[in-house]
Design a protein around this ligand. Structure first.
Ligand code: RNT
Ligand code: ZN
Length: 411
């Protein structure tokens, strides 16, 4: 990096060396489910629950060996501190019934994480299962169905606790359910009351707060449940605040014109930590690969401006089966890192001062001026320091992996 670049940023009060150091510490949880279109290792049926992955690009990972092989390749091209985000349906060994998925089924993953110095996060898998009755789980009118998923969630808390303990870094257990209705409900309250009671029962398990956190993830709607989602934003926001769990914001789970970044400063004033699924909704919750667009940038900006990078669980959540899946994982994760870097290189103090002295012209001018600063030189330096290929070369390497390994899988 040219020394002029550092000097230039210094004029704005930004210490580039410090930014490089701080960025390297920010943990981003890389979701394993981009690599196999959310299929998992249970050899079960189709992906259900109002989410869908489309595309049949060759080379999809079919088991633990293939998925971790792909993950290792992807991780080589993603700078920064990483965790891996897992789902119960990535259980290994002899497949056990979903409700019973526990520590035993994630030992291989813990060994994998340990050998690579990674942290792990976890999600109970409350979709793609015959135990969803009429698309309902924790809010089902049938006690047997609710109890099944309560048990699964309690076991998921235990898996997460195990991750946190074994790996020496806090793990997140995030609960998302697809429950909802296609048409305007006859009863909105009933399912929500049952969901509340189910969550209360799950939280009767006193997990070790030193090693893990629990989050609940809301949604506006899903395919087939367009009129009513039991776990709405208001429901989970209230539940989280009252029960000392975290509210997870999935950036694809709001109305398309709603600004998710704007929610961050409000929530963090009332919650010790926050959790994210960073995604890119195209017209709806489409889970497209992250682009370095304004929506992503604003989320990163808020995390930096609010000074809450150490209080945020940043997880990625997208799945595209129509392109090389390893490349998809790398592109999205690098974009998350780039957005964080750009946010850290922004002179927020100057901007804040201008706003507080009513100089809104300066705010606008400075916001636009900052866009022309040479952040890409800092990005290349960051990649170099992290021992990661730069923009010009990583893709060729992934292409080689595609022809040498992925295409040969013959699927
Ligand atoms: C679905 C939720 C959920 C899933 C993953 C696979 O709308 O976003 O988080 O995408 O857990
Ligand atoms: Zn999500």
């Amino acid at each position: 990096m040219r020394k002029e670049v550092k000097e230039l940023y210094a004029k704005y009060g930004v210490d580039v060396n410090r930014v490089l150091r701080d960025l390297a510490k920010v943990k981003v949880s890389i979701h394993c489910w981009q690599l196999d279109d959310v299929t998992g290792f249970e050899c079960g049926g189709a992906l259900t629950g109002g989410i869908q992955s489309t595309g049949d690009y060759p080379g999809k990972a079919r088991n633990f060996t293939e998925l971790t092989q792909d993950l290792d390749v992807a991780l080589k091209y993603i700078p920064g501190s990483k965790k891996i985000n897992l789902h119960a349906l990535y259980q290994t060994g002899e497949t056990v019934d979903r409700k019973d998925v526990g520590v035993e089924q994630f030992k291989e993953w813990v060994d994998y994480a340990k050998s690579r110095g990674l942290g792990l996060d976890y999600n109970p898998t409350i979709f793609s299962s015959p135990m969803l009755k009429d698309g309902l789980s924790l809010s089902s009118p049938e006690k047997e169905v609710r109890d099944y998923w309560i048990e699964h969630c309690v076991n998921s808390l235990k898996v997460t606790e195990y991750f946190g303990r074994e790996l020496g870094q806090k793990a997140l257990c995030n609960i998302w359910i697809p429950d909802g209705l296609k048409e305007v409900p006859a009863d909105r309250m009933g399912p929500r009351k049952r969901l509340k009671e189910s969550l209360d029962k799950i939280l009767e398990y006193k997990y070790d707060k030193r090693v893990m956190d629990v989050a609940v993830e809301s949604k506006v709607f899903g395919i087939g449940v367009e009129s009513y989602t039991v776990g709405s934003n208001e429901f989970y926001l209230s539940y989280a605040m009252k029960n000392n769990v975290l509210c997870l914001l999935d950036t694809g789970h709001f109305h398309p014109t709603e600004n998710v970044a704007d929610k961050i400063s409000s929530l963090i004033l009332f919650s010790p930590r926050l959790a994210f699924h960073v995604s890119r909704p195209v017209r709806w919750d489409s889970d497209h690969v992250l682009k370095l667009n304004d929506d992503l940038q604003e989320v990163a900006d808020e995390l930096v401006k609010c000074n809450i990078l150490d209080k945020a669980y940043i997880g990625l959540d997208y799945f595209d089966g129509s392109i090389n899946r390893v490349a998809a994982l790398v592109i999205g994760a690098r974009n998350m890192e780039k957005a964080l870097l750009k946010a850290m290189l922004t002179p927020w103090n100057m901007l804040r001062e201008a706003q507080d002295s009513y100089d809104h012209t300066k705010v606008l001018a400075l916001q636009e001026e900052v866009k022309t600063l040479p952040w890409t030189e800092v990005w290349n330096e960051y990649c170099k320091k992290q021992g990661v290929e730069d923009e010009a070369t990583w893709f060729e390497k992934v292409r080689e992996y595609e022809s040498e390994v992925l295409v040969k899988r013959g699927n």
